[in-house]
Design a protein around this ligand. Structure first.
Ligand SMILES: *[C@@H]1O[C@H](CO)[C@@H](O)[C@H](O)[C@H]1NC(C)=O
Ligand SMILES: *[C@@H]1O[C@H](CO)[C@@H](O)[C@H](O)[C@H]1NC(C)=O
Ligand SMILES: *[C@@H]1O[C@H](CO)[C@@H](O)[C@H](O)[C@H]1NC(C)=O
Ligand SMILES: *[C@@H]1O[C@H](CO)[C@@H](O)[C@H](O)[C@H]1NC(C)=O
Ligand SMILES: *[C@@H]1O[C@H](CO)[C@@H](O)[C@H](O)[C@H]1NC(C)=O
Ligand SMILES: *[C@@H]1O[C@H](CO)[C@@H](O)[C@H](O)[C@H]1NC(C)=O
Length: 571
């Protein structure tokens, strides 16, 4: 079985065709049917209630009618049904809380043990099922802390709305990554149907928050005192004093990994076992030069700061023990997986395992991840930025197709994206695509921003790759990729962007180009889709700068990673 990353499509298209295992888990299917009937029942209710909407206009400032809340969501009928027990009038936060609670209830139902289902799965299905449970448990934890937070406050405006929107967006991304993986191995029926309900409910919660939050437009770094908690004062001072310095010796070394026996451990995995499970203390790991043929997972609940001897010297390359003929999931194939929040990495190289099609060199699932001076080298799906806020600076990212994928809020700044030829004899499949960003919902705060980067072909492939590469493709309905202040080489096709399947997503995507240069940056022959725009106004772009899009000033300041918070080109 050969996997084809380009063609497995979004689950929207797949839902009807992939129904072979419907009988296997009757319960799963029932839920899907329930959604349909919920729509039918609720439609009646809503059309009746619609008349009284006008009369409720002047309810108190924070008090909204259920109807006014639900009409802002894409599924007003289901929203109405799920939230009607909250009452006809309540604070917006009450509705949000109830939507979060309902999502959590559904998600817990999906992830509870299903021995009968598990027994019926093939080995590959079992692996992806376990990956899904891992992803969904991240979503569950996110929802649980949101619920606690929502319980603590009275009004939506008291919460950090950027964090709240990011968190709800991530819950969608985790669930979406699970269904994507199932589709990839042709097993949507395993969990996919049962995830329709929690995904829908998360989208409802997100729509309510988005519509009723008044997000400040100014970039005020709130809650400054939070920085200090990531690193201790001592660590922070030492990191700051080393800013810009490539050398390792003066860092506050807690653990040293060296293959020659000069450190505490000889593998990165062993060093991680020594890290305290404590989100408030950073575990600092210095990985000395060497090629580390191991699969690394930065575990949940551990805050790690890792640095090497430079991207050409400290290289993590995945295992060489796995039989390349065995098809596996993205998560198991990935060389380096980051689950722990606040992971910071400098001066390292990551290489995708050779021969496993679509194996990511780096897969990041957690919030506040930052990479500086790293080389991320793969082929298809090199960097899988699954969810949450991520920042990459002064990095080299190599690949051929879907080089950067996932549904996170990611900014790649001052970096080089280098195209490799795609290993395919099929002419159609020879086209390269840089971004497979997969934003599912229009209210998700996710997207891929490429700022002050160069996108060029590998030197030895300059001729074969001339005009073969597209900047992105609408992998999901609201895919969002922004290319700004960058150099685009000959490698970019004059059309710029390519379709995914039929016209899917081309009207709803957000593909923007702003202030780019180079032979590939000419926009006169670009696609004519509603989803594509060349932007000329700086003020339209402000919300995609690092300070605004990632709220970097709230978490990246003083962490030893330089970043440009606003535009790179001063005007
Ligand atoms: C949360 O959900 C549970 C189970 O559906 C329900 O019993 C409970 O009343 C809900 N709580 C709130 C505050 O909505
Ligand atoms: C809320 O939704 C309405 C339409 O449903 C829209 O006009 C309005 O701009 C939205 N507000 C926000 C803050 O998104
Ligand atoms: C984490 O470290 C802090 C500071 O040393 C300590 O107060 C806290 O109890 C630790 N938490 C855990 C779970 O070990
Ligand atoms: C843009 O990136 C290049 C390296 O890729 C760097 O030399 C230059 O200083 C960057 N510009 C700014 C303003 O950061
Ligand atoms: C390209 O793919 C073929 C068969 O799929 C394989 O034999 C060959 O080694 C691959 N080449 C590279 C450079 O990966
Ligand atoms: C790519 O093609 C264009 C014209 O199609 C040509 O002007 C340019 O020199 C080519 N670049 C390379 C590196 O071959």
């Amino acid at each position: 079985m050969t996997l084809n990353y380009q063609r497995f499509g979004s689950y929207h298209n797949k839902m009807d065709s992939d129904n072979y295992s419907k009988e296997k888990e009757g319960m799963v299917l029932n839920i899907a049917i329930m959604v349909v009937s919920m729509i039918a029942i609720a439609m009646v209710t809503v059309s009746v209630v619609a008349h009284i909407d006008g009369s409720k206009q002047d309810a108190g400032k924070n008090v909204k009618t259920l109807l006014s809340v639900c009409t802002k969501t894409e599924e007003p009928e289901i929203c109405f049904r799920v939230l009607k027990h909250v009452g006809e009038t309540a604070t917006v936060l009450n509705y949000v809380k109830a939507a979060i609670n309902a999502t959590l209830t559904e998600l817990l139902f999906v992830i509870r043990p299903k021995p009968r289902l598990e027994r019926s799965l093939t080995l590959l299905q079992q692996e992806s099922y376990k990956d899904c449970l891992e992803l969904l448990s991240l979503g569950k934890e996110e929802l649980e802390s949101l619920y606690l937070m929502a319980n603590f406050y009275v009004d939506l405006s008291e919460l950090n709305l950027d964090d709240l929107l990011n968190s709800l967006s991530a819950v969608i991304s985790y669930q979406h990554a699970c269904t994507d993986e199932l589709i990839r191995i042709n097993s949507y029926g395993v969990l996919g149907y049962s995830l329709q309900v929690p995904i829908l409910l998360t989208r409802i919660a997100l729509a309510i928050v988005d519509n009723f939050s008044e997000r400040p437009n100014s970039r005020e770094p709130r809650r400054l005192e939070e920085f200090a908690r990531w690193f201790s004062e001592r660590e922070r001072k030492m990191i700051e004093s080393n800013q810009g310095d490539n050398g390792g010796e003066q860092w506050p070394i807690n653990v040293v990994v060296a293959q020659d026996g000069s450190g505490h451990f000889s593998t990165i995995a062993d060093s991680l076992n020594a890290c305290p499970k404590n989100k408030t203390i950073a575990c600092v790991i210095y990985v000395k030069r060497g090629k580390y043929e191991e699969r690394v997972v930065i575990p949940k609940g551990v805050k790690v700061f890792m640095y090497g001897d430079g991207p050409a010297h400290t290289i993590v390359s995945g295992t060489n023990t796995r039989d390349p003929r065995i098809v596996t999931t993205s998560f198991r194939a990935a060389t380096f997986v980051v689950m722990g929040k606040g992971f910071i990495c400098k001066d390292m190289g990551f290489t995708a395992p050779a021969d496993i099609t679509g194996a990511p060199a780096l897969l990041v699932l957690s919030d506040h991840a930052a990479f500086f001076n790293c080389k991320i080298d793969g082929n298809e799906g090199t960097l899988y930025a699954v969810a949450q806020r991520q920042f990459y600076r002064d990095c080299e990212i190599l690949g051929s197709v879907d080089i950067i994928k996932g549904d996170s809020a990611t900014v790649i700044q001052n970096s080089q994206i280098i195209l490799k030829p795609r290993n395919s004899s099929d002419l159609v499949l020879r086209r390269n695509v840089m971004s497979a960003q997969s934003r599912l919902d229009k209210y998700q705060t996710t997207g891929l921003v490429i700022q002050n980067c160069t996108i060029t072909a590998q030197k030895e492939s300059m001729n074969t790759l001339n005009a073969t590469t597209y900047l992105g493709s609408p992998y999901s309905e609201y895919s969002r990729t922004i290319i700004m202040e960058s150099f685009l080489g000959d490698v970019i096709h004059p059309k710029g962007w390519c379709k995914w399947s039929d016209n899917y997503g081309i009207e709803t995507a957000t593909f923007w180009e702003f202030d780019n240069r180079g032979p590939g940056a000419r926009t006169d022959k670009r696609v004519k889709w509603n989803g594509y725009s060349t932007i000329f106004e700086r003020n339209q772009m402000v919300s995609y700068t690092v300070g605004r899009f990632l709220q970097a000033d709230q978490w990246l300041l003083n962490r030893g990673i330089p970043y440009e918070s606003g535009f790179v080109v001063l005007k």
